[in-house]
Design a protein around this ligand. Structure first.
Ligand code: NAG
Length: 519
């Protein structure tokens, strides 16, 4: 027994010896991006790696092997920016808006005092691996060149043409819609045209507006690294991209070997028991069960227009079910007895509860994944970004319905809730999706950890990188080949036509001309 234990220790020892220094950069000011990755970062720390995490939501209690670098400045303009999002914009302006937003976030990171003092000075620290939020923040990918370390990207929204470029993946425009478009993989001709045009606009904007700005910033804050490595080479050299997506949640699509789906990374394996007061409220619902209502962490229910809030409240009051409402104020005037409000709910544990029948959600990706994980139907009230797409997918898959929160009437809201609870097919499809999603060889978290350590074990795992990353635009799309072949064919046709023309001149045509002259 002791021998066994010793040999086990010896076997696991190399893992400890290889403990790596990891720099993680997730400064996005909305909480859900960080909620998605923090269990993964903590798990890496738990496995003995030294994690330095640059973020906007530092840990409340100290975590072993885990250092927070708090970027408080990202919140300065955040609310203003979220308000700006509601202004009407054309696609070009929308892209400029997104660029400006991420340029701001990137600048907040690179000008942060602790970053400037401990991470940016050459030779001051070293890291074996950089993990970043892969979302239009190219300048801080410079840390990979700065520390000469491999870089891993995590994308909370799955992939698109932009994330693809990090590893040379392909998303055929004919069946992979832009995340913001609210389209599905089955597009009609008009939708394919719009997807093509929108993607082209986004691509042009990225190359012409976004990259020059990011390159300036890269040169400014990484003066030494930027002389050695171009940003456009760096952002095509990711070792791995982890996607918060899964084919059972969205649709099947192709991936290169270093792009891995880990959708639901944040869901812990076993639900915890609920606080006593909450459990009693849920149990008190009897046969009717409970509806859980939350608009996530970015949209606050307390900021809904009063008239909208009233409509929702009256609808809830008229239901036989009990309702849990994530409401961010202490008081909800006119709150009926069947509604329980709280500023925070242990969402996954609530969705795991058998008495919870329906989730009314803003349709954020994390919430959507959690509801599928626990097999609960959804009523989607989308507000922005990918939420429209997620709700549309839930409707298409048949485990949910969507409403426009701005225009819905009380009858519509009540009718939709009743349909979702009474018609068994919504619950059945939700449970079927749950079974498909959970049927994976390893949990998303274990998968993410395994691939991350794979990159460490193989010093960047460069062998997974597709050769397409080293080709220019023309060669990649075979435009040079098509050009030569088409040019060659045209040359041959032109030669034949020319020869025939000459031949015709000497014989028939020449004769007829002569005849005309002699007349
Ligand atoms: C690309 O990554 C590999 C390994 O991660 C590294 O050796 C190489 O220097 C990198 N190249 C560039 C241009 O960043």
């Amino acid at each position: 027994m002791l021998a066994l234990r010793i040999s086990f220790l010896l076997l696991t020892l190399p893992a400890y010896l290889q403990a790596a220094r990891i720099l993680a950069i997730f400064p996005f000011p909305g909480p859900s991006q960080y909620i998605n990755v923090v269990p993964y970062l903590k798990e890496l720390a738990g496995r003995g790696h030294q994690v330095t995490s640059v973020n906007a939501f530092p840990q409340k209690k100290p975590v072993a092997n885990f250092r927070d670098v708090f970027i408080s400045k990202v919140f300065d303009n955040y609310n203003e920016l979220v308000n700006d999002l509601n202004k009407p914009m054309n696609l070009w302006q929308e892209n400029n808006f997104i660029n400006k937003f991420f340029l701001d976030v990137t600048r907040c990171v690179l000008t942060n005092k602790e970053v400037a003092e401990t991470l940016l000075p050459p030779g001051k620290d070293h890291f074996d691996l950089i993990i970043v939020e892969a979302i239009r923040s190219d300048a801080y990918y410079g840390f990979a060149a700065h520390f000469n370390a491999p870089i891993i990207g995590i994308s909370t929204f799955g992939t698109d043409w932009n994330i693809d470029e990090l590893v040379g993946n392909v998303s055929p425009l004919s069946y992979t819609p832009l995340v913001t478009a609210g389209l599905t993989d089955r597009m009609n001709f008009a939708e394919r045209v719009s997807n093509f045009v929108d993607t082209t606009i986004a691509w042009l904007n990225y190359k012409l507006i976004h990259m020059p700005e990011q390159e300036k910033m890269y040169a400014k804050y990484f003066p030494e690294a930027s002389k050695r490595v171009q940003l456009t080479d760096l952002n095509r050299n990711f070792s791995l991209v982890l996607l918060n997506q899964h084919f059972s949640l969205s649709f099947p699509r192709p991936y290169v070997p270093n792009m891995i789906e880990v959708g639901g990374l944040h869901i812990s394996h076993k639900p915890a028991p609920l606080p006593k007061e909450l459990e009693e409220f849920i149990q008190g619902s009897g046969e009717q069960g409970v509806i859980y209502f939350s608009l996530g962490s970015n949209v606050l229910s307390k900021d809904l227009p009063e008239e909208r809030r009233d409509l929702i409240l009256k609808t809830f009051a008229s239901l036989p079910q009990r309702v849990l409402w994530k409401f961010e104020d202490d008081k909800l005037p006119g709150k009926p007895a069947n509604v329980f409000i709280s500023k925070w709910f242990p969402q996954p544990d609530i969705l795991a509860h058998p008495k919870v029948k329906l989730f009314i959600t803003h349709g954020g990706l994390l919430s959507t994944i959690e509801s599928i994980h626990h097999g609960k139907p959804v009523l989607g009230l989308p507000f922005f970004y990918d939420q429209f797409l997620n709700v549309r997918r839930a409707t298409q898959a048949g485990f949910g319905l969507g409403l426009d929160h701005k225009t819905m009437t009380q009858q519509e809201l009540k009718g939709t809730i009743e349909r979702l609870i009474k018609e068994p097919r919504f619950g059945q499809i939700a449970r079927q999706m749950s079974e498909r999603y959970r049927d994976q060889p390893m949990s998303p978290l274990d998968t993410a950890i395994w691939w991350t350590e794979y990159v460490l074990r193989h010093k960047g795992a460069h062998h997974m990188r597709v050769a397409g990353q080293d080709l220019g635009f023309f060669a990649y799309h075979s435009l040079d080949v098509i050009g030569v072949l088409l040019g060659g064919a045209l040359l041959i046709v032109a030669t034949i036509v020319g020869v025939l023309w000459k031949a015709a001149k000497f014989s028939g045509l020449g004769n007829s001309k002569k005849k005309q002259k002699t007349k």
